[in-house]
Ligand binder design. Sequence first.
Ligand SMILES: NC(=O)c1ccc[n+]([C@@H]2O[C@H](COP(=O)([O-])OP(=O)(O)OC[C@H]3O[C@@H](n4cnc5c(N)ncnc54)[C@H](OP(=O)(O)O)[C@@H]3O)[C@@H](O)[C@H]2O)c1
Length: 369
Amino acid sequence: MGISGLPGTTYVAGHHSAVFELYPKIMDTVTGILELAKATMERHPVTISIAVIFGLQHILRRVRKTRRSRILLRTRERVLVIGASSGIGRAIAHEYAAKGSRVCVVGRREQQLQQVADECASMVPVYAAGSAPDEASRILPIKADFCNVDDMVALREQLEKEWGGLDTLVISAGVSALRPLLEVAGVERRDGAFYPLHAGSEGVRCAVSAGTAAMQGNYVGPLICAVTFIPLLSSTSPAPSILLISSLAAVVPAPTRSLYASTKGASLLLYQSLAIEHPSIAFTYVLPSTVEGDFRASAVDGGHVREADPSKHGLRRDAVAKRCLEAVDRREKAVFIPTFTGRVGHLGYWLFPSIIERIAARKYNYTAQ
Ligand SMILES: NC(=O)c1ccc[n+]([C@@H]2O[C@H](COP(=O)([O-])OP(=O)(O)OC[C@H]3O[C@@H](n4cnc5c(N)ncnc54)[C@H](OP(=O)(O)O)[C@@H]3O)[C@@H](O)[C@H]2O)c1
C-alpha cells in the first residue's frame, strides 16, 4: 500500500525501500574505492598527483571557455595558413575549407599551393558557398616566403584588399635539422676522441650557416609574421587568434635535433611572450611529437633520418589538424599531441632529466661515441 493511498505511491514506497536496501552496498563500494585510491596514492604519490592534475586541467579546459565559433561563425572566419603547400598546414587548410571558412594558403612552391587551393575549393560545403560577399576570394593561394619581409607585407595588403581583415593566423611553416651539431662542423667523435681534434674555421662556418638557416625558418619567419599580422588581427577581428605549430622538441631536448629544438624553442617562447603583450588575441601553441610526411626533407643540415619511419609510426596529419582546430575553438594555450606522452615528457624532463634523455637517445638511435 502506498504512503497516501494514491495510485502509484506503492511503487514510490517500493522504490525507497529498494534504495535503503542498496544503501549499505553502495557505501561498501564507495569505501572500497576510497581505500583503493588511498592505497594507490600511498604507493604511487607522484603518478597519481600528476594524473589528478591532468584530469582536472582537462575538465576545466572543457567547461571553462565559450567556444570561439559561437562568437565568430565559421563561415565568416578568415584564415591565413602559412606553410600550407604540404603536411600539417595543408591538412589544416582542408579542415577550415570544409567548415566553410575563407582560407588563404601560403608557401613557396606554386604548383603544390595551387593544388591545395583546388582541394580546398572542392571541400567548401554547399551551405557556405555563396554566403561570403567576397566569394571569388574564398580560397586564396598566395606564393610567398615567410622569411621575406616584403612578401609578408604584400600578403597583408592583399588580405586587406580581398577580405578587409583577418581572424586566424596559422603558422605551420618550419624547417628541420637532423644531425649532431659537431658532425655538421665536420668533427666526428669515436671512442671519446674527436676527429679531427678541432673544428676548423670552415667547419665552424658550416655549423653557423646551418644554425642561421634553422633560425630563419623556425624563428625569423614566425617573428616577421607576428609583427606583420598582429595589428591586422587585433583591429579587424571580433575574436583574433594565432595558432603556432611548434614541436615537442621545443620543450624536450633530443640528440641530433640541437638546431631544430633550439630554434623551435625560440619561436615558442617568442609567441608565449607575445601572448602576454597581446591579451586580446587568443594564442595556441601545438606541440606534436613525430608526424607522418616529408618534413625531414627540409633539413637545413642535410642529415639522414635516424628514428623509426615517421610515415609509418608518426601521428596522422589529419588527426593533428582536427586537434588544432578544436584547440583554437576552445582557446587552449599549450596543446601536446599526444597529450599524455607530451605532458609526461615535458614534466618528466624537469623531474627526472636523465630518464627522459635516455628515452630521447633511444628514439633517435643515438649513442654518444
Ligand atoms: N613532421 C613532424 O614530425 C613534425 C613534428 C612536430 C612539429 N612539426 C612542425 O610542424 C610544422 C609543419 O611540418 P610538416 O610536417 O607539415 O612539414 P612539411 O610538409 O615540410 O610542411 C612545411 C610547410 O612549410 C612551408 N615552408 C617552409 N619554409 C617556408 C618559407 N620560408 N616560407 C613559406 N612557407 C614555408 C612549406 O612550403 P614550401 O616548401 O612550399 O615553401 C610547407 O608547406 C613545422 O613547423 C614543424 O616544425 C612537425
